[in-house]
Write a protein that binds this ligand. Structure first.
Ligand code: NDP
Length: 295
């Protein structure tokens, strides 16, 4: 069997196009959604990510507000900025880039963001809304994973889904989203016994572990849909000394021989995260103004 490759890059491009159309319609009604991104410190990966977010925000026609603070920024100073962004009517979405420097309690900052502007979906109010089935802002990466799974199978209802990983930002919201889709969900983690066997029961397998190519081909049920969230940089001696490459949590070549559909890394879930962030900003902007979310 040769799996369908789920092209996250193309899906994300289409989603951004639809968002741009909706933003243009809103401009005709007299307003432009705005996304504020706050970054503390100089971490190169975070800097690049924030730069990409800002570029794509502007590309879909939204306003981008970037706040770059030094690594020495104190917690009170950051909380003060969040309070100002909460009160700023031009800001519909607030994202504070994680990780934060050690002197700042990230959970405190997340909880300080107005849940109506929490486009990362990390605030306990939004996590609770997802859990209780009340509309709210949903964490971007799991939302992207769901859209990709639905792109190959519209109705996931009744599927046995296994989510490997139980982090607050990926694994747990992913499991909740799949419950809302009427999957039978198992959440696996580092203490799970016989993980390979648990994975073999999955019609839909989501790997969000952070361990390069941990999920092997013989862990996968023939015909399963495989969504690989992992982003792991590993040495790539074939490309030259000191060179690296990015791989997922799934051994792609092995898995692609067994699965019915699979996301590649890179080019699968990764591009969906920013697209879903923009989608959430649009949704937050509409909700705050009592407008229906455009299709
Ligand atoms: P965390 O480190 O927060 O969580 C990892 C989870 O995997 C934990 O629940 C942990 O279990 C579990 N785990 C670790 N080792 C094993 C193991 N050997 N067997 C089974 N389970 C294990 O990571 P994140 O959820 O933040 O991210 C997961 C991956 O997704 C990373 O590669 C990250 O880079 C990537 N990522 C990609 C994004 C994208 O845009 N594509 C966005 C966010 C993350 P336990 O709880 O028991 O410790």
């Amino acid at each position: 069997m040769s799996a369908t490759i789920i092209d996250g890059k193309a899906y994300a491009e289409g989603l951004r196009g639809r968002i741009a159309g909706a933003v243009s319609d809103l401009a005709d009604q007299g307003f432009t959604p705005g996304l504020a991104v706050v970054i503390v410190g100089e971490d190169p990966a975070s800097q690049l990510y924030v730069k990409n977010k800002a570029r794509q925000t502007v590309e879909v026609g939204m306003r981008s507000f970037e706040h770059r603070l030094p690594a020495s920024t104190g917690e009170a100073e950051l909380l003060d900025l969040v309070a100002r962004l909460n009160a700023d009517p031009a800001v519909d979405g607030i994202l504070v880039q994680l990780p934060l420097p050690r002197q700042i309690d990230a959970q405190k900052v997340i909880e300080a963001i107005d849940p109506a502007k929490d486009v990362d979906g990390f605030h306990p109010i939004n996590a609770g809304r997802l859990m209780t089935g009340v509309p709210g802002l949903v964490s971007c990466t799991p939302l992207g994973c769901l859209l990709l799974a639905q792109s190959v199978r519209r109705d996931l209802s009744g599927l046995d889904a296994v989510v490997v990983g139980r982090s607050n930002i990926v694994g747990k919201p992913m499991a909740q989203l799949l419950i809302t889709q009427s999957c039978t969900v198992t959440v696996a983690h580092s203490k799970t016994r016989d993980l390979a066997d648990v994975c073999r029961g999955a019609d839909l397998l989501v790997a969000a572990v952070g361990r390069p190519e941990m999920v092997r081909g013989d862990w996968i049920k023939p015909g399963a849909i495989v969504i690989d969230v992992g982003i792991n940089r590993v040495p790539n001696p074939a490309a030259g000394e000191g060179k690296t490459k990015v791989v997922g949590d799934v051994a792609y070549a092995e898995a692609a021989g067994v699965a019915s559909a699979i996301t590649p890394v890179p080019g699968g879930v990764g591009p969906m995260t920013i697209a879903c962030l923009l989608r959430n900003t649009l949704e937050a902007a509409c909700l705050r103004r009592g407008l229906a979310m455009p299709a």
